[in-house]
Design a protein around this ligand. Sequence first.
Ligand code: FAD
Ligand code: NAI
Length: 508
Amino acid sequence: FRFFRYAWRLTYLSAIAGTAYLAYGVYELRHPDDQFLPDPTKKNLVILGTGWGAVSLLKKLDTENYNVIVISPRNYFLFTPLLPSCTTGTVEHRSIMEPIRSITRHKKAAVKFYEAEATKIDAERKVISIDDISDVKGASSKTDVPYDMLVVSVGAENATFGIPGVKEHSCFLKEIGDAQQIRKKIMDCVETATFKDQSPEEVERLLHMVVVGGGPTGVEFAGELQDFIDQDIKKWIPEIADKFKVTLIEALPNVLPMFSKQLIEYTESTFKEEKITIKTKTAVKKVTEKTVEAEATGPDGKKFTEVMPYGLLVWATGNAVRPVVKDLMSSIPAQKDSRRGLAVNEYLVVQGAKDIWATGDCAVAGYAPTAQVASQEGAFLARLFNTMAKSEAIENQIHELSSELNLKPGVDAAAVAREIEAHEKQLRRIKDIKPFHYTHQGSLAYIGSERAVADVSWMNGNFATGGGLTYLFWRSAYLSMCFSTRNRVLVVVDWLKSKAFGRDVSRE
Ligand code: FAD
Ligand code: NAI
């Protein structure tokens, strides 16, 4: 009985502490402190992008040390791991967006933000050309921004490998707009399939949802889509329940190549149960308005062409280098052998360039293009820049003290020399910055039917797991990784809402 009393008290106290923490988080969010204004004598630190790399840098950067300018066509941070859930309405898109204005407003010193795309980086003149690509334009929409230090963190664009028809007819899954377009198109296919006098072949085509690319993006989307069809659409429109088909096409012999063999098999068997067809060793070669043409390899090793009519096509075949990055690479001779992005050294300095650093998907540092890598790189650069500013301040102090020693009569020379020595010691300690080291915390992916797979690094070892418990782990891990308390609350509310009322099947 005493045990239950203590347990009850503990729960009660934890609930009070949790509520107080939440309330404080909300209060802090709504009441930012006054900020220092930018100091024109300080260096211009320009950050391109508002994704994982850039925002992680911004979060940890002591902005009072620089004039920080952030430039990005997107005025928000996007929590990409939950983007596949937005395509079906399990999570609403605004729940995984964090306005950049709220992030910059909470910094100690003011940060400038320009909503624009960087179109050219002139590493010689240290100038960036920017273009306001929004619908509303002021008197100047194209201009130049000079920098002393530059961080390129513009991510990557969707790879299409120049395959005909992909750009024109596919949906991608990288940005909020993509998720909204997919959500609309799913319901468009459903409503058109139930339109008067539709032929059986056309119904079959419209309800065939094809996903190209068996990496984590394609797999997670296919899982979310099948959940939506099974748990919601089929209930509201039972007359077409048996007509839905989801196909995942992958060029390699298996999906999720970065996961262990055991988890690949688990994913494939789960997809089989969920009735998602996986076509491996099948490379898409051409896309038309209504069909996908692929070259498949049969069990006998013979190649044959397969033509698949589709209603929705989602293209998820990985990353390609953005034009602005390609252009910068072509202007730096040391980058001539780099193909997948800006080659950087162990301090994330762009090789062959001065005062330019790169993080995330646009940088080639020897790691996979993931949010984990980008955010650790961003945090590393923040530490590096904070340290550089600190050591510069100490160097200035040493300089001042030295001139005091030489110029001012009557100073206690021994005392000043001791002070200089102490500063020099501190400087040596500060300047001893270790190179960037990535710590892999594991890979997680949702595979539908409330199951997930995880390859997690734990206590110097690795363990692979899949199933319902892993799904709970996946949910709690992603919830804890969300950017803010606001995001966390909104995501939980969305999960509860879609569980209780089902996902919204309205088309808009
Ligand atoms: P991004 O986050 O893509 O940010 C790039 C920024 O640059 C954006 O703000 C963009 O608007 C801006 N930008 C673009 N062009 C310009 C320009 N010309 N000038 C200025 N700014 C520009 N990784 C994981 O580790 N775990 C996951 O669960 C996971 N899930 C994912 C799910 C999906 C659907 C996708 C697409 C990716 C997922 N990833 C995941 C990968 C992860 O999102 C990327 O590796 C990560 O976003 C890379 O961060 P980044 O800062 O380099 O680029
Ligand atoms: P990816 O590069 O991981 O996978 C793309 C897949 O498409 C490859 O397996 C490739 O063989 C296949 N492909 C390429 N061309 C093809 C064609 N013509 N026909 C058929 N298949 C073709 O890309 P993805 O999934 O977009 O991921 C990009 C990055 O983001 C990766 O580093 C990934 O780890 C990360 N990510 C991580 C997630 C997670 O951890 N849960 C979720 C989503 C992305």
